[in-house]
Design a protein. Structure first.
Length: 64
């Protein structure tokens, strides 16, 4: 349910101001669900997106 909600946020509003945070959280949720390819995609997008701050630092993001 939460994964779908986060995906919808990115779909409906691609320029969402906290997109970095959404990608980070989505990547972590997908990792827990063992969807490693999708998790890697979203964690990479969170790492690349330097326009908005995230809850985790860049180093913490790479360690997840």
């Amino acid at each position: 349910m939460a994964v779908k909600a986060f995906q919808q946020v990115l779909w409906v509003e691609p320029g969402f101001p906290r997109a970095c945070e959404v990608h980070l959280r989505l990547g972590l949720m997908l990792k827990v669900l063992s969807d490693f390819d999708a998790a890697l995609k979203h964690l990479t997008l969170a790492l690349i997106d330097a326009t908005t701050p995230a809850s985790f630092s860049k180093l913490e993001s790479t360690l997840n």
